[in-house]
Design a protein around this ligand. Structure first.
Ligand SMILES: Nc1ncnc2c1ncn2[C@@H]1O[C@H](COP(=O)(O)OP(=O)(O)OP(=O)(O)O)[C@@H](O)[C@H]1O
Length: 229
C-alpha cells in the first residue's frame, strides 16, 4: 500500500537530510506507529506519502503508483485515498459538525443523496450522533478529534494518516480515540500514526517503526515505544 524505495529527503538550504535511505513497505490493512525523537523525520515521512513534499532521491509508491510521477492534476485523486488527522483537529470553525464532515464530500463532488447517507452513518460510527448541529467550539477536544476522524474517513480512504492525533488530549480521551482508529483499521484501512504517546504504543502492540536522525533504527511487528523521550 505504501512503499519507500531508497528515499532521501533533504530540505532546501539544509545540509542534513530529514530522511536518509529509507526502504520500507507497509501492506494494506496494517496499523503502524512511527516513533522517534522530535526532528527524527516522522512528519516528513507522512508528508511524502501525501506528496506534500517530494523526495530528493528515491521513490515513494502509494497504492501501486509512484506518486512523484503523478501529474499535478492527479494529486487530488491521490489525496482522496489518504485521509489525514492532526494534533490540532483543523476543523472549520464556522461550520457545524455535520457541515464539517459533509464539506469533505462536497469538495470531491459527491451527490446530495450520498452525502445525506454517508454523513450520519459516519457520525454514528464516531459516536457523535445527535451532535451534528453543534459548532466545533461547543465540543470537547476528544469530540473535536472524533469529528476530524469522521471527516477523514467519510470518503472511506484506503489509508489514514494521523500525526500525533492524541497530542492535545488527556489519557482517557486518547484511549477512546485509539479505539476508534483501531475500528477504522479493522475495515482494512491502512493506518499510519506518528506519536510521542508511549502508553498508547505499549498498549496497542502494533508494528512500530522508529526513526532516529532520518534513519529507520527499529521495525518491529508487535513493538513497544521503546525509547526515552
Ligand atoms: N520545511 C522544512 N524546511 C527545512 N527543514 C525542515 C522542514 N521541515 C522539517 N525540517 C527538518 O527536517 C528534520 C525532520 O523534521 P520532521 O518535522 O520530519 O520531524 P518529526 O520527527 O516529525 O518531529 P516532531 O516530532 O517534532 O514533529 C528536522 O531536522 C527539521 O528541522
Amino acid at each position: 500500500m505504501i512503499r519507500f524505495d531508497k528515499v532521501t529527503k533533504t530540505y532546501p538550504g539544509q545540509k542534513r537530510p530529514a530522511l536518509q535511505g529509507l526502504d520500507l513497505e507497509i501492506e494494506k490493512g496494517e496499523f503502524v506507529f512511527l516513533v522517534g525523537a522530535s526532528g527524527s523525520g516522522k512528519s516528513t515521512f507522512l508528508r511524502l506519502v501525501l506528496r506534500e513534499t517530494r523526495p530528493s532521491t528515491g521513490r515513494v509508491y502509494v497504492a501501486g503508483k509512484e506518486i512523484n510521477k503523478l501529474s499535478s492534476w492527479k494529486v487530488p485523486k491521490l489525496r482522496r485515498q489518504v485521509g489525514t488527522v492532526f494534533q490540532d483537529f483543523r476543523l472549520l470553525p464556522n461550520k457545524t459538525v455535520t457541515e464539517n464532515v459533509a464539506f469533505a464530500l462536497q469538495v470531491i463532488g459527491k451527490s446530495r443523496h450520498e452525502i445525506d447517507k454517508l454523513v450520519p452513518e459516519t457520525l454514528e460510527m464516531v459516536d457523535l450522533q445527535g451532535k451534528g448541529h453543534r459548532m466545533p467550539d461547543e465540543l470537547s477536544g476528544g469530540e473535536q478529534q472524533r469529528v476530524a476522524i469522521a471527516r477523514a474517513f467519510v470518503n472511506r480512504p484506503m489509508i489514514l494518516i494521523a500525526d500525533e492525533p492524541t497530542g492535545n488530549l488527556d489519557p482517557a480521551t486518547s484511549v477512546g480515540i485509539m479505539k476508534l482508529l483501531d475500528r477504522i483499521n479493522r475495515t482494512d484501512t491502512t493506518v499510519v500514526m506518528a506519536t510521542h504517546d508511549s502508553t498508547i504504543v505499549d498498549q496497542m502492540r502494533k508494528r512500530v517503526i522508529e526513526l532516529d536522525d532520518g534513519h529507520i533504527v527499529r521495525d518491529e511487528a508487535r513493538g513497544i515505544y521503546g525509547y526515552q523521550s
